[in-house]
Design a protein around this ligand. Structure first.
Ligand code: ADP
Ligand code: MG
Length: 694
C-alpha cells in the first residue's frame, strides 16, 4: 500500500492550481497525470528576467527586462497594422508593438509619460528595436519588478508557460518532507540537497546552470530516479535467485563432436560467453543471461552450444524466434550441426496444423526431439516438454518479459538465455537489463570483409540505378530499402511500391521483388525465398527486412532517404550484406541538404562497422530518449536522469541497489523503509511485491 504521506502527490492533476477538467488532458500530454508528475517535469530552459539598464546591445530574440518611460501611442493607420508605443529606457528609444490591440486597454496600462517595467523578446525591424507583446508590464509603484530567472517547461498546444509554471509551483508547494532514502555519507560527499530542497531548486533556478544535468539538485533527483529503477531490477533479480533452479552440467561430448566439425575456430568472445553460460547452468539457480552481440558476431552458435549442454545432461532445449522467417533460418543453419551431434531437432510454428502438428508435439513430449526451434507457437498450452532445461529467446526485445517467462515455465526451473543483436552502450545495458547477467560478443569472426559505405545524393539516383544495372548483369543481389515516413504506413507503402515499379521498368519485372509489412506472411516469405534462391536479384523492402535475415549472396544495400533513419537502424540494415565471400557495398542515398546532426550520423556509419561504437555515437548525438534501437531494446524512459550524461551515476546506482538488496532484502531497516517510499514515489509499486520471501 502506498504510504499516506504520498497521497497528496498522487491526486489528479486537477488538484494543481489553474488546472481544471478541460486542461487536465493537456497536462496528460506533457506526461502529468498525477500531481507528482508535475514535480518531475524538468525545465527545458531558463529565462533571465533580471532588470537591465538598457535594450541597447541586446541580441535579436533575447528576452530583456528594462525600466522605460512611456512615450507616444501610434494608432494603426490602417486595419491589420500594429499599434506601436514609443518608449525610452534612458539610453535608447524603442517600440512596444501590439497586433490586434485594444486601444483603451493600452492607454490604461501604458499611459504616456509614466514609468513601467517591461519584459519580453527583442526584435529588430528596419534597424529599430521593438518588443512585440511584452510578457510582463509592471507599474513600479504597484508591483515588484520581475527579477531573477524563470524556468521554461516543454510546452504543448493549448498551454502557455505561465499556466504550466503556476501548476508546477502549486505541486512544489504540496511536496511533503520525506524520510531520506539516500545514504547520508554519499549525500554529503556529493553535497546534494535533501529531496524537497532539490525539487524546489529544480523549479526555481537561479541561473542557467541550475537546470543543467550536472547541477547538484538535478543530479540528486536523477540519482533518485536511477536508484529506484535499479532497486526495482535488483529486487526482481534477487527473487529469481532465491527460486530453485536446475543443475545442468553436460559432459561436453556433443559439443566436442560439433566443434571438431566446424570449419572455423570459435572466437575468444564466443568461448568466454560459453564458459559464462556453462557456469550459470551448473549452478542450482536459474540462469537469466543476456547474450549481446552485433549481427554476425556468432550468437547462434553460442546458443547452440548451450542447448547441447542441456541435451548432454539428458534434457531438452527450445529456441524461440520472433518470426517464422527467423525460426526457419535458425533451423537451416543448425540442421547439419545436429546431424553431426546425432540429435533430433524440429520446427514448430503457427503453420503446423493437424496430424503433422500432433506428431511434432508427441516427439517433444516423449523426449525424442532434443531441440525445438519455433515462434510464439511454442507457448501454446498443448506444447509439453519431456524435460526442458534451457529456453533461448532470440531478439528478446520483440517479446515481453511475460512471454519469455512463459516459455521457461514449460520446464521446471529451466535456465533462460536471451539474445539481442541491438548493440547498446554498456550504460544503457545496465539501465535496461539490471536484472540479468550479461555476456557480450565484442569480437567478430575473422575474415569478414569490410563493407564499402558511400553517401550519394538522391539527385544522382539515375547513376545509382546504372551502377546497379551493371552489378546485376554480373549476378549481384541487392536490397533496396525504402524511406521510413513517420506515422504513416500507407505512405511508406506507396513509396516502396513506386520504387519497385521504377526499378522494374529499369531492370525488368522478374528481377525485382517487393516486400513490406502489409503483405500476408506467405507473400512475404515468397518474396524472401525468391531473393534467397536468386530467382530475383533486387528486393525492394520497407524496413521489414528482419534483423537476422541471412542471404550471404546479397552484396549491395541501398538505403533510400538514409537521413531519415536512426544510426542503430542503419547499422542493422547494413549488416544484411557483407555476410558472404563477395565484396559488399552500402549506398546511403540521401536527400540534401543534410542537417548537422544527420551528416554526423551518416559520417559515423561511413567510419566504422563496430555496432557498439555506433551505438555510443548515437547516444552522444541524440541522447538516450531518442534512440530507436534503444527504445526497442526496452531501455526505460527517464525523466530527470539523462543516460548520456549520468552514466557514472547509473553505475553507482546499480552497485548501491545490489548492496541494499543483499543486506536488507525486505527493506526493513530505517533506510529500507525510506526506500520503499522512494519506490512508491517513482511509481515502482510493482517491485514492492518482490520484497522478501519468494
Ligand atoms: P549472429 O546470430 O550473432 O548474428 P550468427 O550466429 O548468425 O551471428 O553467425 C553469423 C555467421 O558466422 C554464421 O554463418 C556462422 O556460421 C558464422 N560463424 C559463427 N562463429 C564463427 C567463427 N568463430 N568463425 C567464423 N565464422 C563463424
Ligand atoms: Mg542452472
Amino acid at each position: 500500500m502506498r504510504p499516506e504521506i504520498l497521497f497528496p502527490l498522487f491526486a489528479e492533476p486537477t488538484k494543481l492550481e489553474g488546472v481544471g477538467p478541460k486542461t487536465a488532458p493537456l497536462y496528460e500530454k506533457l506526461g502529468v497525470s498525477r500531481v507528482v508528475d508535475a514535480l518531475f517535469l524538468a525545465p527545458s530552459g531558463v529565462i533571465d528576467r533580471r532588470l537591465r539598464e538598457t535594450v541597447q546591445g541586446a541580441v535579436e530574440g533575447g528576452v530583456i527586462t528594462v525600466r522605460v518611460t512611456i512615450g507616444r501611442h501610434n494608432h494603426p493607420g490602417r486595419r491589420g497594422a500594429p499599434y506601436r508605443i514609443t518608449v525610452n529606457d534612458g539610453t535608447l528609444e524603442f517600440m512596444l508593438v501590439f497586433f490586434h490591440a485594444h486601444p483603451e486597454y493600452l492607454t490604461r496600462t501604458l499611459p504616456e509619460g509614466e514609468e513601467r517595467i517591461v519584459s519580453g523578446k527583442i526584435e529588430f525591424y528596419d534597424g529599430i528595436a521593438q518588443m512585440p507583446h511584452p510578457d510582463m508590464i509592471v507599474d513600479p509603484a504597484e508591483g515588484d519588478p520581475p527579477d531573477g530567472f524563470e524556468p521554461v517547461y516543454p510546452a504543448t498546444a493549448g498551454l502557455n508557460q505561465k499556466a504550466i509554471a503556476k501548476a508546477v509551483r502549486s505541486a512544489v508547494a504540496m511536496a511533503p518532507a520525506l524520510p531520506e532514502w539516500q545514504d547520508a555519507a554519499w549525500l554529503s560527499k556529493r553535497e546534494w540537497p535533501a529531496w524537497t530542497d532539490a525539487i524546489q531548486a529544480l523549479h526555481a533556478p537561479e541561473s542557467a546552470q541550475d537546470i543543467e544535468a550536472d547541477a547538484p539538485a538535478r543530479q540528486r533527483l536523477a540519482y533518485d530516479e536511477l536508484l529506484s529503477h535499479q532497486l526495482a531490477l535488483a529486487l526482481v533479480r534477487a527473487r529469481r535467485r532465491r527460486a530453485k533452479g536446475r543443475i545442468t552440467k553436460g559432459d561436453g561430448g556433443l559439443r566436442r563432436r560439433v566443434e571438431a566439425a566446424l570449419p572455423f575456430d570459435l572466437t575468444g568472445a564466443q568461448k568466454r560467453a560459453m564458459a559464462e553460460i556453462d557456469a550459470n547452468m551448473a549452478e542450482n539457480q536459474r540462469m537469466l543471461r543476456l547474450l549481446q552481440g552485433d549481427v554476425g558476431a556468432g550468437k547462434t552458435l553460442v546458443a547452440f552450444f548451450a542447448m547441447l549442454n542441456a541435451v548432454e545432461a539428458g534434457g531438452q532445449a527450445a529456441l524461440m524466434a520472433p518470426t517464422e522467417i527467423l525460426a526457419r533460418q535458425h533451423l537451416a543453419g543448425l540442421e547439419s550441426l545436429c546431424e553431426v551431434a546425432g540429435i533430433r531437432m524440429t520446427l514448430l510454428t503457427g503453420r503446423n496444423k493437424g496430424a503433422a502438428r500432433d506428431e511434432i508435439l508427441s516427439g517433444i513430449s516423449d523426449g525424442s526431439v532434443s531441440i525445438v526451434v519455433g515462434t510464439h507457437a511454442l507457448f501454446q498450452s498443448d506444447v509439453v516438454f519431456d524435460d526442458l532445461r534451457l529456453a533461448v529467446v532470440d531478439e528478446q526485445h520483440r517479446f515481453g518479459v511475460n512471454q519469455r517467462n512463459e516459455l521457461a515455465e514449460k520446464g521446471a526451473g529451466a535456465d533462460i538465455l536471451v539474445m539481442s543483436a541491438t548493440p547498446i552502450p554498456r550504460t544503457l545495458a545496465l539501465a535496461s537489463y539490471g536484472d540479468m547477467d550479461i555476456s557480450v560478443l565484442d569480437e567478430k569472426p575473422p575474415g569478414r570483409k569490410p563493407i564499402e559505405t558511400r553517401m550519394v545524393s538522391l539527385a544522382r539516383y539515375d547513376q545509382v540505378v546504372e551502377s546497379l544495372r551493371a552489378a546485376i548483369a554480373k549476378g549481384a543481389r541487392a536490397y533496396w530499402i525504402c524511406p521510413l515516413v513517420e506515422e504513416s504506413d500507407t505512405i511508406d507503402l506507396a513509396a516502396a511500391e513506386d520504387r519497385a515499379r521504377a526499378l522494374r521498368r529499369a531492370f525488368g519485372d522478374d528481377v525485382v521483388a517487393l516486400t513490406h509489412g502489409k503483405l500476408k506472411p506467405a507473400e512475404k516469405d515468397a518474396a524472401m525465398a525468391a531473393f534467397k534462391a536468386g530467382d530475383c536479384q533486387v528486393l525492394v523492402a520497407t524496413t521489414v527486412v528482419e534483423v537476422g535475415v541471412d542471404v550471404p549472396e546479397a552484396t549491395i544495400m541501398v538505403i533510400e532517404h538514409a537521413e531519415r533513419f536512426g544510426l542503430a537502424q542503419l547499422h542493422q540494415l547494413r549488416g544484411r550484406v557483407g555476410r558472404g565471400s563477395g565484396e559488399s557495398s552500402c549506398v546511403l542515398l540521401y536527400q540534401g541538404p543534410l542537417g548537422e546532426n544527420a551528416s554526423a550520423r551518416l559520417a559515423v556509419l561511413r567510419e566504422t562497422e563496430d555496432g557498439f561504437r555506433i551505438a555510443e555515437e548515437d547516444l552522444k548525438l541524440r541522447g538516450a530518449g531518442d534512440l530507436l534501437g534503444i527504445k526497442q531494446a526496452g531501455v526505460p524512459q527517464m525523466r530527470l536522469a539523462d543516460l548520456a550524461v549520468h552514466q557514472g551515476l547509473l553505475e553507482v546506482a546499480r552497485d548501491d541497489a545490489r548492496l541494499i538488496v543483499s543486506q536488507d532484502a525486505e527493506l526493513k531497516t530505517p533506510r529500507g523503509e525510506a526506500l520503499r517510499v522512494l519506490l512508491y514515489l517513482m511509481g515502482r509499486d510493482d517491485s514492492i511485491r518482490y520484497l522478501g520471501a519468494a
